[in-house]
Design a protein around this ligand. Structure first.
Ligand SMILES: Cc1ncc(COP(=O)(O)O)c(C=O)c1O
Ligand SMILES: [Zn+2]
Length: 406
């Protein structure tokens, strides 16, 4: 059963027919929401119907836009575990600090959720060629799903994106281009290419179904917490689809009456002080952000100086009673090492920023020791070998081992 009724511009409200490929709103060039008949869904489908379904994001099919399930392109998007930290929580003086570990997904990041959905929808529409500008991980995910679907893939990424992302795109057979600029420059190239070459543009938020894939993070979280949402979510925010998608999930679940309590989590959009356009807009009280000048962060997914969904992130954060905060870029390696050495959890640099924001929130007294706090580990730390400069001792086999100093 499919319950999509229409799509709707998040800014001007213009309606669009369901079951078509779309990019931005044709009137105001802002992103589109996919809307469902939640009353009908509520009548015909209940929480308990999820029981026994496969542990992948497709278990939420009735809340997803796909109409022809046989067109789904899947690499087994597993339910990602929620790890309750002990030694890390204690370090912060907290009792309930959780990490939802998205690095377990195909291609090692949460981008797989959005791309599984967008490529499945493109497959349903008969699309043959897809293109994307990327900070790295979205390109890797798109390349893999396009390969699985037998589509031609074109990826444009900054030439200083993580090397692993370049290699994964190349291995997956995507035509991969390194651009001496930022993700916005890559976006411009994809925009031109779609006109000249007839590709379908899968750019984040410029394609409405990626949000629906990211939404499954929120659906999963709710189910894993037995339909009682946590008090606080810390989310590393670049383009913002992850945070926006999760907030949409909570709204839909509430309308379906699936949540035990109407209390929704406070959402904190976490950015690096090396690129913090959403934080800057939040502090100004603005609904739209200004492009961030000279963005510089090793958390490549956060190096997004402007996003077409800025107002959607800021609306969600404000409605939730949360905030947008920037933590110190220089502290990223410190937080990565803290999480790995105290808890065995390898955080990507983007998510390491969330620990910096957590510290700021605790210093301000915004959070309480008993709050249920969830941090999203959006990607695999192993994709960023340059993030940490280790200083390891060498052993020279031609010399006697000095056991005293070991
Ligand atoms: C690992 C990682 N975390 C976070 C983000 C930011 O995600 P979003 O654009 O949904 O805000 C990205 C985006 O590239 C990413 O790769
Ligand atoms: Zn519009």
């Amino acid at each position: 059963m499919n319950f999509v009724t229409h799509l709707e511009c998040a800014n001007c409200g213009q309606r669009f027919e369901a079951d078509r490929p779309y990019n931005l709103c044709t009137s105001c060039q802002r992103p589109l929401w996919v809307r469902y008949d939640l009353n009908a869904l509520k009548q015909q489908f209940a929480r308990k119907d999820l029981f026994g379904r496969p542990p992948t994001l497709w278990r939420y099919l009735e809340l997803l836009p796909i109409r022809e399930p046989e067109k789904i392109v899947s690499l087994a998007e597993t339910i990602t575990p929620i790890l309750q930290t002990k030694r890390l929580a204690a370090w912060f003086g907290l009792n309930q600090l959780y990490v939802k570990d998205e690095s377990r997904l195909p291609t090692g990041s949460f981008k797989a959720r959005g791309m599984a959905m967008a490529i499945s929808m493109a497959n349903q529409f008969g699309t043959k060629k897809v293109a994307v500008p990327t900070a790295g991980n979205a390109g890797g995910a798109m390349a893999a799903y396009a390969a699985a679907a037998g589509m031609e893939a074109y990826v444009f990424m900054p030439d200083d994106a993580p090397v692993i992302n370049m290699k994964e795109c190349y291995l997956a057979g995507a035509k991969t281009f390194l651009v001496n600029g930022l993700i916005a420059d890559c976006g411009r190239l994809v925009g031109e290419g779609t006109k000249v070459k007839g590709w379908f543009n899968l750019s984040t938020l410029k394609e409405p179904y990626r949000i629906e894939g990211k939404k499954t993070m929120g659906l999963e979280l709710a189910e894993q917490f037995d339909w009682e949402l946590p008090d606080v979510i810390l989310y590393p925010t670049g383009g913002g689809t992850g945070l926006i998608g999760m907030w949409k999930a909570f709204q839909e679940l509430e309308r379906l009456g699936w949540l035990k309590s109407p209390k929704r989590p406070k959402m904190f959009a976490c950015q690096s002080d090396g690129c913090a356009p959403i934080v800057e807009a939040f502090n100004r009280g603005a609904r739209f952000a200004q492009p961030f000048e000279n963005p510089a962060t090793m958390a490549s997914g956060l190096r997004v100086p402007s996003t077409v969904g800025d107002f959607m992130v800021l609306d969600a954060v404000r409605e939730s009673g949360g905030a947008a905060l920037a933590a110190s870029e220089a502290d990223i390696p410190k937080w990565m090492r803290l999480a790995a050495s105290r808890e065995g959890i390898s955080l990507c640099p983007e998510s390491a920023i969330c620990l910096g924001v957590l510290e700021l929130l605790l210093q301000r007294g915004t959070l309480k020791p008993n709050d249920r706090i969830v941090i999203f580990n959006t990607g695999a730390a192993q994709k960023y070998p340059g993030a940490v400069k280790e200083n390891l001792r060498r052993i020279d086999l031609t010399e006697r081992t000095d056991w005293e100093s070991i």
